[in-house]
Design a protein around this ligand. Structure first.
Ligand code: FES
Length: 113
């Protein structure tokens, strides 16, 4: 498990998207239709709303502001059900182990100066 960081307990994401701040970076952990965790940046690419304030429906993470939907890969899915490869939220490798959600490769937040 080298390089993997325990983000939260699986239980925390069972009720819906769960926000975690990891080293200053806001993340959202949620469970896809297959029951496995996904971890995205907690920032909608439309207008920066927190995706953790949204909900999961039909295996997609729904933004609370304008109801954009994101599939398991983080791609925006339009009303026609087609994923847009040009519009996506940052997704990080995630896995479930020992009752927890683990993540890796989360970049440090940008700093000014
Ligand atoms: S801010 Fe997320 S859909 Fe508009």
């Amino acid at each position: 498990m080298e390089g993997w960081v325990l983000l939260c307990e699986m239980e925390a994401a069972r009720g819906g998207p769960h926000r975690v701040v990891l080293d200053g970076t806001g993340l959202v952990a949620w469970l896809a239709a297959d029951g496995r965790p996904r971890v995205f940046a907690d920032r909608c690419p439309h207008r920066d709303a927190r995706l953790s304030a949204g909900y999961v429906e039909d295996g997609r993470l729904i933004c609370p502001f304008h109801l954009w939907a994101f599939d398991e890969s983080g791609h925006y899915v339009g009303p026609d059900g087609v994923a847009d490869p040009e519009c996506a939220v940052a997704r990080y490798p995630a896995r479930a182990q020992d009752g927890g959600i683990w993540v890796r490769d989360v970049p440090a937040p940008a700093t000014s100066g």
